[in-house]
Design a protein around this ligand. Structure first.
Ligand SMILES: [Zn+2]
Length: 81
């Protein structure tokens, strides 16, 4: 099995995809299911950026993607309150 995290893994974990553009700093969270429908369940997360275009500067060559990890600290704080 590959160690790469795929779209299917994200769907299982109920995580969305966080992407950002290194050219202009624009960032966005995309729903995993929308990307999965387009690229298939076994597409590796770090390579999704190749298929994206920045809405702000319209460039495609410098976009990174990663799982949109939840903020555990924030959740803990809320729970304690
Ligand atoms: Zn941009």
């Amino acid at each position: 099995m590959s160690a790469k995290v795929t779209l299917r893994d994200l769907l299982n974990e109920k995580l969305d995809i966080f992407c950002w553009c290194h050219n202009c700093g624009h960032n966005k969270v995309i729903e995993t299911i929308k990307v999965l429908n387009k690229l298939g369940p076994y597409y590796p997360i770090p390579e999704i950026g190749r298929n994206l275009r920045c809405r702000k500067c319209n460039k495609t060559d410098n976009i990174s993607t990663r799982p949109n990890w939840p903020d555990h600290k924030g959740q803990l704080t809320r729970h304690m309150m």
